[in-house]
Design a protein around this ligand. Structure first.
Ligand code: ACO
Length: 331
């Protein structure tokens, strides 16, 4: 028997029906389809509409088909980890709400707040529980309703973000596949460039914080842009070196979908062939913790058992890193 690793044994995604196009954004803020396409690569993004709808509803939309396609009863799930910066409520954690909505009555759960790195941080955390030998079925979710924290009068942020969710099921595998290595970082040094100012213990919500629009995403895009490229390229290179990987032996690079130009610069920095880079930012924009599982979901039918995947992300905090895994099944 080989070493116990955490294998992804299924993936599914969910995006809401409403399509917010660049043309519609032109009617809302001083922007243009041309600016958005050339600066970000985004053509449209999805928005969750309807009162009473929240991040957990999108997570449920990803998880229920995932359970069905993997033949998993909700009661078999032991743990749900949800990467999100847009929890349904400050507390309790959205993972618990998800468990209730999917009927996972034997599970516990918690959220991980690591912005756009939320899925990678959650995946590694879930992997440790599987590797311990105690847990057999863990849901790892990346879900964000970014529209709930975006100021649709701020053209510098509202064109970028969208809503969505993706989920994977982790199980123990002993065939050499699964999560093999990771380098994850969160030094807090870049937090001034990308954050939400109010609503936490530092600046609790008041009528003034609402009037001053301090409950929306604040981003100074240029420093984030540069740090994102550097952070993803460096950690991908480090992971490749210490695992003896080359551009020829990596089958897929799965980058966080923040900006088409960032993705292209990362591929260029690694001299990595663009046809092996998963990209769907044009359809969904930046869905924060959901971008990577949404890519895995859309590419699932192209993935083969033992494919080498490098997942790389960068987000608010700053948080960033790269995870190396061998895909565990043929679709
Ligand atoms: N439409 C038209 N003009 C715009 C828009 C818009 N939507 N947004 C900004 N502009 C203007 C600016 O006001 C500025 O005008 P000025 O020169 O007159 O001042 C000009 O365009 C250039 O602005 P920049 O901010 O320099 O534009 P840039 O090319 O850097 O693109 C962007 C901005 C898209 C935000 C880019 O910096 C970026 O992608 N940054 C990184 C985003 C990211 O990776 N975030 C991390 C993950 S998110 C998370 O963790 C939650």
């Amino acid at each position: 028997m080989g070493k116990i690793r955490a294998g992804i044994v299924g993936v599914h995604g969910y995006v809401p029906d409403y399509v917010l196009t660049n043309r519609e954004l032109e009617t809302m803020v001083d922007t243009s389809d041309e600016w958005i396409r050339t600066r970000t690569g985004i053509e449209e993004r999805r928005i969750l509409k309807g009162s009473g709808k929240a991040t957990s509803d999108m997570a449920m939309g990803a998880i229920l088909p995932l359970l069905e396609k993997t033949g998993t009863d909700p009661d078999e799930i032991e743990l749900t980890i949800c990467g999100t910066v847009t929890p349904d409520t400050i507390f309790p954690d959205t993972a618990n709400t998800i468990n209730s909505k999917i009927g996972a009555s034997n599970a516990w759960g918690f959220d991980i707040n690591a912005a756009c790195s939320g899925f990678l941080f959650s995946l590694s955390t879930g992997a440790r529980f599987i590797e311990s030998g105690r847990y057999k079925k863990i849901l790892v979710v990346g879900a964000d309703m970014m529209s709930s924290i975006i100021d649709y009068e701020d053209r510098t942020t509202c064109v970028i973000f969208g809503d969505g969710a993706g989920a994977v099921l982790l199980e123990p595998v002993e065939d050499g596949t699964g999560l093999i290595d990771e380098i994850l970082k969160g030094d807090g040094k870049g937090r001034e460039y990308l954050h939400m100012k109010a609503g936490g213990s530092l600046m609790p919500a008041t009528a003034e914080t609402v009037a001053d629009k301090k409950h929306f995403v604040y981003q100074d895009g240029r420093p984030v842009f540069k740090a994102a490229i550097r952070g993803m390229v460096e950690t991908v290179q480090q992971i490749m070196t210490r695992n003896g990987l080359s551009n020829a032996t990596v089958d897929w690079l799965v980058p966080h979908q923040a900006n088409q130009r960032i993705i292209s610069a990362v591929a260029e920095g690694l001299d990595f062939p663009v046809e092996k880079v998963m990209q769907n930012i044009q359809k969904y924009g930046n869905t924060t913790a959901a971008t990577i599982p949404l890519c895995l979901w859309e590419w699932e039918d192209k993935l083969k058992k033992e494919d080498n995947l490098l997942l790389t992300a960068f987000g608010g905090g700053f948080t960033w890193g790269t995870t190396y895994l061998k895909w565990s099944y043929d679709s």
